[in-house]
Design a protein around this ligand. Structure first.
Ligand code: MRU
Length: 363
């Protein structure tokens, strides 16, 4: 894989923002490599593959999770499909890419970045297909690498933009993990916190544990501890009391999908924090790259993923905490309506209300 020296040189410029490297593509070996977030905070295990099907499995089982990380991994999945194609014609290769796209698109239905990434890769493949087989393979890999680097740069920019809202000594509540582990690097909502911290602001964080997969208790705790940022862990149901007791100045959460009206799908439990924030008059910000925004006006288009009952009846798939044969409702996301959102922080700036006008304008 010659001619990819630019990737290493671009990455070296971003090194200071990559204390945690959640995923990457090894241009020397042609392997996609990722940190298995299911094992965090107790073990740091990197996994690798040359098979796009394994990437799909890693996304589905949440070894890789968080909307931007899902999107970038899917893009690398497509690159692996192209690099390891068995076909020797452009038509055959394009068929294989469509197969790979289908499988990758079936993994997590809410994360809009997944569909955004797959469409961007396919658009590049279609464009290159006029110029021959090798151009498709090279083009798909090139696009995935660009998207990877862009995601990291975008997150740093989101951090810079969002940090303007963070004052010294603020207490920030967050929900789910939106840090390095949810992206190609640095993070979105947690990226804002990280950026503010790097600027020398003495923030403290209140993170929910984020039942049932415990992204807060496992992943935020691990990331915040690594940075030395002070934090308190609370159970999800303590969020309203923390707001009522004035323990929080500002709420920063991520998004799996934002639409033009401002409706925002994010980790289950976000909506109740937004409602409580409104009640207690605390600013509630959604933080996301513009690749999370779907250009639709219809909230019905937001697909809410429902995951296995086992996530609820067991803790981390291990300890059974209730009867086995019970009915469970396990939506992985909820939708926060625009009235509850103060503003949306993106790499293109802070989107204020009216969202109906300003989100479309930003795009
Ligand atoms: O189920 P997950 O862990 O993939 O859910 C993640 C979230 O809800 C995040 O808040 C969202 O994807 C934004 S990550 C920068």
């Amino acid at each position: 894989m010659g001619g990819l020296g630019w990737v290493k040189s671009e990455l070296s410029k971003l090194e200071k923002f990559l204390k945690i490297k959640p995923l990457y593509f090894d241009v020397d070996t042609g392997e996609f490599i990722w940190l298995d977030t299911r094992l965090i905070p107790f073990e740091e295990v990197y996994r690798k593959t040359r098979d796009y099907r394994r990437v799909a499995e890693a996304i589905k089982t949440m070894e890789i999770r968080g909307a931007p990380a899902i999107g970038i991994s899917a893009a690398f999945g497509m690159a692996l499909a192209a690099l390891n194609s068995k076909s020797n014609s452009v038509e055959g290769l394009m068929e294989e890419l469509l197969e790979a796209r289908k499988l990758l698109a079936s993994t997590r239905p809410t994360a809009y970045n997944l569909f955004w990434a797959l469409e961007r890769i396919m658009a590049r493949a279609r464009e290159e297909s006029k110029r021959g087989y090798d151009r498709v393979v090279g083009g798909v890999l090139d696009e995935a690498l660009r998207m990877y680097l862009e995601d990291i740069k975008t997150n740093v920019e989101i951090g810079r933009v969002g940090s303007r809202l963070v004052e010294d000594n603020m207490s920030i509540m967050t929900h789910c993990n939106t840090g390095a582990l949810a992206t190609a690097g640095f993070g979105t909502a947690l990226g804002v916190i990280r950026y503010a911290w790097y600027e020398g602001k003495k923030v403290t964080v209140i993170t929910t544990e984020t039942r049932p997969v415990l992204q807060g208790a496992r992943l935020n705790v691990w990331e915040l501890r690594k940075e030395g940022i002070p934090f308190k862990l609370i159970v999800d149901s303590a969020a309203a009391l923390a707001l009522a007791r004035n323990m929080v100045d500002i709420i920063l959460v991520g998004a799996d999908r934002i639409i033009l009206t401002g409706h925002t799908a994010n980790k289950i439990g976000t909506l109740q924090i937004a409602i409580a924030s409104k009640h207690y008059n605390k600013p509630f910000y959604v933080v996301a790259p513009t690749s999370t925004i779907q250009a639709t006006w219809d909230p019905q288009e937001i697909v809410i993923e429902e995951r296995s009952p086992e996530e609820v009846t067991k803790v981390m798939g291990k300890i059974q905490i209730t009867l086995q044969d019970i009915e469970v409702y396990n939506p992985s996301f909820d939708i926060t309506p625009p009235q509850l959102i103060t503003a949306i922080i993106t790499e293109k700036g802070i989107i204020e209300k009216p969202f109906e006008e300003n989100i479309a304008k930003t795009l």
